[in-house]
Design a binder for this molecule. Sequence first.
Ligand code: GRF
Length: 217
Amino acid sequence: MNTPGAHMPGVSVLSASWEFPMLRFGVLGSGKGSNFRALAEAFQSGTLGAQPVIVLSDVEHAGILDLAREFEIPSLFISPGSFRTKMSSEAEAEIVRLLREARVDFVVLAGFMRVIKEPLLQAFPGRILNIHPSLLPAFRGLDAWRQAVEAGVPEAGCTVHLVDAGVDTGEILGQSRVPVLPSDTAESLHARIQVAEHELYPRIVREFAENLGTPEN
Ligand code: GRF
């Protein structure tokens, strides 16, 4: 494992002042962007070990684009094309072009509601992370918190995993557990899962960046 700064006396691996160029990542999101906010705040406080350098959204007025402006990170709406569950191949090629132009080392999905296809998977093999609001492999797909309440399970949670060609099937990098309370609605459970997400995602991104080591670009 390559831990930038670890060899320097008095310099924590979590220090904001890196001796080496920091790893760079792009963010894709479709929604309000609370996970992106958690990542951007961790970066600002010097605890992330990687820098968000571009935010892309398939939803023109998504909150995540407003947040990116708030954090002064370049952001762009990419028109997704006419499919409902995936990007057109032109749109995905444009995303790859923008991520490469931004010299990202890896990609973080933060509430991105479309399936990732070959051009993007091939451009960043083993380097695309996603967060999913269940304890995978349970409750893949949409509204996992609602699936958990309807199934009557005692425990839910969230999972950070690598993205592969399947839906929520890639290698699991970390999970947090959240109890399901008898009084829970789908909405109240999702709100508590999101609190866990905001702690889990920065922690796993930091570990992932530490394991990747020094930037390639
Ligand atoms: C999160 O619950 C995440 O697990 C799922 O989409 C939601 C995104 O929320 N993939 P936000 O946009 O980060 O607030």
